[in-house]
Design a protein around this ligand. Structure first.
Ligand code: SAM
Length: 255
């Protein structure tokens, strides 16, 4: 991957040209990247992109690297939730690099999409990706969860992949997570605080029969579903990821 990146060629080209001489400048660039990788810099930050839902999203330090689990959230919303609405208005809370909002907008051109985040660095990546991938056809707002919105704004669908890792989770000190922004990973508490904020706020911003779907940790589905039921959601259920672990939960608001 690093050689493909340095030389600007596909993997097949590398295999077919395995005896070509390498220019000194390319050699130096490769070794600089290799050293950074050994120090733990995530591959996505070195390459400057990560694929998500078949699209290439630009990412770098300061924004969460897209995860395959989040494709479960987007696929489910696309296949099971959006078909119920003629012209859905969608809100993506904590958009990061914009992967959820932009993938939904690309796959459902009849939707209007609003994306929010509290972090200016994340929003600059989201804005860049929105411009490149969908002509900037997404409203991007900065603010603390629902504070980014006008009080009277309403949506058919709210989606979110919030920071849900507990502050004392040992994984925060391992692998790529060490290099990613802490505020994109953890709520600084038990991992459920932001999920609770999103779930309790959703009824104020959802239209009648609107849907809320959130991504959460491997052991949080029961707590998330209880919070949703308490707020008056119906048809509350979870969907498993490819490892058969419930990783997204959602429901419909009844008014
Ligand atoms: C787990 S990341 C998800 C990013 C992106 N949606 C994705 O799936 O790759 C959570 C995002 O929530 C944002 N966030 C954290 N605290 C927030 C807050 N108080 N209000 C709004 N967004 C927040 C972070 O900046 C981060 O981009």
């Amino acid at each position: 991957m690093l050689w493909s990146h340095v030389l600007g060629v596909q993997r097949a080209w590398l295999i077919a040209h395995d005896r070509d001489p390498i220019a000194a400048a390319d050699w130096d660039q490769y070794h600089t990247l290799q050293a950074q990788r050994h120090e733990g810099v995530p591959m996505a930050y070195l390459l400057g992109w990560r694929e998500f839902m078949g699209h290439r999203f630009e990412v770098g330090p300061g924004v969460l690297i897209p995860r395959p689990e989040t494709e479960v959230l987007v696929s489910h919303v696309l296949e099971q939730v959006l078909p119920r609405f003629e012209q859905p208005r969608i809100l993506d809370l904590g958009t990061g690099s914009g992967i959820v909002a932009i993938s939904l907008a690309l796959a459902c051109p009849r939707a209007t999409v609003v994306a929010t985040d509290v972090c200016p660095t994340a929003l600059s990546w989201a804005t860049k990706n929105a411009r490149t991938l969908c002509d900037g056809n997404i409203e991007i707002l900065q603010g603390n969860w629902y504070d980014a919105l006008l009080a009277h704004d309403t949506f058919d669908v709210i989606v979110s992949n919030p920071p849900y890792i507990a502050a004392d989770d040992v994984h925060l000190a391992q692998g790529d997570l060490r290099a990613e922004p802490g505020k994109a990973l953890t709520d600084g508490h038990d991992g459920l605080q932001f999920l609770q904020t999103i779930i309790t706020g959703a009824p104020h911003f959802l239209r009648p029969l609107g849907a809320l779907w959130v991504e959460h940790g491997w052991n949080q589905h029961q707590a998330v579903r209880e919070l949703m039921l308490k707020e008056g959601f119906s048809e509350v259920h979870s969907i498993n990821d490819l490892a058969s672990i419930p990783r997204i939960s959602g429901g419909i608001i009844n008014f």
